[in-house]
Design a protein around this ligand. Structure first.
Ligand code: SAM
Length: 237
């Protein structure tokens, strides 16, 4: 369970309404039951319920059971999709080990306003589910042009794998294998794909590595999962 406060031996915590309801009513935890807590900084902590009110569960930490893991270095940028697909890609990116989640507005992006808090809540829920102890950083949305302009200053020598169905490359495996050992980002487009101008802009950048995921046009959410799987299989941890 993700919590905000610092975690140390004997720390006393009171959970908010949603988490209390989840523990006390859904999981039926009662006084004395154990729960694992993490806050993204202090590792994983075993804690015991000291109160099981559905409105305000109280807990006391017992011992640290795992050290804090370092944040993942995998950067994932995507053109925001409509509601359920947006939730899906953010959740899957977390499961697939993204460390930074960056919404990128492109010419054919159909969603321009994002609920940042909702994205963060989704990411936290996914992190809890897959037991990563660091919650990926969800960055505020940016435009493709700004992303490209800021990239070298902000990301240093990180390479940007640009997933594009228009690419002729035979295999994503070779392209990604060639990046082993380097910091990597992945950019996936919107429902309508990238415009010709955007493709030209991306191709002109020395840090961009265009990659095809095969001859079929994948849904944007499928493409994200497929590309993240290839990246993790080859250079992930
Ligand atoms: N219309 C569908 C949708 O609603 O999702 C397909 C959209 S596809 C154009 C969305 C993005 O997925 C593309 O911009 C690209 O980043 C990625 N993509 C899809 N198929 C791909 C492929 N075969 N190779 C590389 N990237 C691909």
């Amino acid at each position: 369970l993700h919590v905000e406060p610092d975690l140390s031996a004997g720390a006393m915590l009171t959970l908010g309404k949603d988490q209390s309801l989840y523990l006390a009513a859904v999981l039926r935890k009662t006084v004395g039951d154990e729960v694992v807590l993490f806050n993204g900084r202090d590792g994983a902590w075993l804690a015991r319920l000291t109160g099981d009110s559905k409105r305000a569960v109280t807990l006391e930490t017992v011992e640290r059971i795992a050290p804090q893991t370092p944040p993942s270095d995998l950067w994932y940028g995507f053109a925001p999709l409509k509601t359920e697909r947006l939730d899906y890609v953010v959740q899957k990116a977390t499961e697939m080990g993204a460390g930074v989640i960056q919404p990128v507005l492109t010419r054919y992006t159909q969603v321009s306003r994002l609920k940042h808090d909702k994205l963060v809540a989704n990411v936290i829920e996914a992190a809890e589910q897959c037991e990563v102890l660091t919650v990926p950083e969800v960055r505020p949305e940016t435009t493709l042009e700004r992303l490209i302009a800021d990239w070298p200053a902000r990301e240093g020598d990180r390479r940007l794998v640009f997933a594009d169905e228009g690419e002729a490359s035979a295999s994503p495996l070779e392209a990604i294998r060639a990046l082993a050992g380097e910091p990597v980002g992945l950019l996936v487009g919107p429902e309508g794909g990238f415009s010709d101008e955007e493709r030209t802009l991306l191709h002109a950048q020395p840090f961009v590595v265009p990659v095809s995921l095969g001859p079929r046009i994948l849904r944007a959410d499928t493409a994200a999962v497929a590309a993240l799987a290839v990246i993790q299989a080859i250079i992930g941890d």
